[in-house]
Design a protein around this ligand. Structure first.
Ligand SMILES: Nc1ncnc2c1ncn2[C@@H]1O[C@H](COP(=O)(O)OP(=O)(O)OP(=O)(O)O)[C@@H](O)[C@H]1O
Ligand SMILES: [Mg+2]
Length: 230
C-alpha cells in the first residue's frame, strides 16, 4: 500500500502544537479547579457549619481558604497563558490599554520613555493588556531589569502602530526565527516560552500583525499593528 506523507508548514505545526498545549492546560485546569472548589467548600463547612472554635484552628482555616483562592488564580493565569479561546471585544482606547500595561510593569531600574496617542480600537481589553505586558516583560528580562524602554504610537491611515524598543541583549538569527514557536524559550526554568505565541494569536484574532527588528547585543524593537475604528 502506498504510504501517504504529510508535510506541515512551520505555521501549521505551531498552530497544532498550540492547540495541543491549550487542550492539555484546559483539561488539567478543569480538574484542578474542581478539586480546589471541593477544598474551598470543605473549609467553608468547617468554619461556618461546624463553627470550629479556637484562635489557632480558625487562623489555619483562614489561611487554608486564602491559599486555595491563590492557587485558583494561578490556574486561571496558566490557562490564559497557554490558550486563547473566545474574545470579548468592545470599543476602547488603545492609549488606555498601553498606559495600563506600562503602569503594571513599572519597576525600579526601568525608565519608560513614552509618546502615546489616543486611538479607538475594537478589542478584548484584558487580552490586549496581556499582549503589551508580555512584550514589556520580555524587554525587562532582556535588559536584566535595568535600562530604558521606549513605547511609541503612530497612526497610519486605518491602522495604529505601537513600537516597543528596549536596550537589552537582542536576539540572534535562530532566536528571532523561533521566538513565536510554542514553548520556545532561551530563559531559565521559570519561563514557559508561551508569551510571544499567545501574543501573536491574540493580535491575529484582532486583525493585527506583529514583527520584530533586532540584532544580537543591540536591543529589540517590537512593532504591533492594529486596525482602528473610525
Ligand atoms: N525583547 C527581547 N529581547 C531579547 N530576546 C527576546 C525578547 N523578547 C523575546 N525574546 C526571546 O524570545 C523568546 C521567546 O519569548 P516568549 O515571550 O515567547 O517566551 P519567554 O519570555 O521565554 O517565556 P514566557 O513569556 O512564557 O514566560 C525568549 O525566551 C527570548 O529568547
Ligand atoms: Mg515572555
Amino acid at each position: 500500500m502506498e504510504e501517504k506523507k504529510y508535510t506541515l508548514t512551520k505555521k501549521e505545526l505551531n498552530a497544532e502544537k498550540s492547540k495541543a498545549i491549550g487542550r492539555f492546560a484546559s483539561i488539567a485546569s478543569h480538574d484542578l479547579k474542581n478539586v480546589l472548589g471541593s477544598l474551598l467548600n470543605m473549609s467553608y463547612y468547617f468554619t461556618k457549619v461546624l463553627k470550629v472554635e479556637g484562635e489557632m484552628p480558625n487562623k489555619m482555616l483562614g489561611l487554608l481558604s486564602s491559599e486555595i483562592k491563590k492557587l485558583n488564580t494561578t490556574v486561571t493565569e496558566l490557562l490564559d497563558m497557554t490558550r486563547v479561546k473566545q474574545l470579548t471585544k468592545e470599543s476602547c482606547d488603545l492609549f488606555d490599554i498601553v498606559t495600563k500595561s506600562i503602569e503594571n510593569s513599572k519597576a525600579e531600574g526601568i525608565d519608560f520613555e513614552t509618546d502615546l496617542i489616543h486611538v479607538k480600537i475594537h478589542a478584548d481589553v484584558l487580552r490586549m493588556t496581556q499582549v503589551f505586558s508580555n512584550i514589556i516583560k520580555n524587554a525587562k528580562d532582556a535588559m536584566q531589569n535595568k535600562g530604558k524602554i521606549s513605547v511609541k504610537m503612530f497612526l497610519n491611515e486605518n491602522f495604529a502602530d505601537v513600537v516597543i524598543t528596549d536596550e537589552g541583549i537582542g536576539m540572534d538569527e535562530e532566536t528571532l526565527e523561533n521566538c513565536f514557536d510554542p514553548l520556545f524559550t532561551t530563559k531559565s526554568t521559570k519561563a514557559v516560552g508561551m508569551g510571544l505565541t499567545v501574543s501573536l494569536q491574540i493580535i491575529e484574532m484582532h486583525g493585527g500583525k506583529i514583527r520584530i527588528e533586532t540584532e544580537k547585543g543591540n536591543g529589540c524593537s517590537v512593532y504591533i499593528t492594529l486596525p482602528v475604528v473610525k
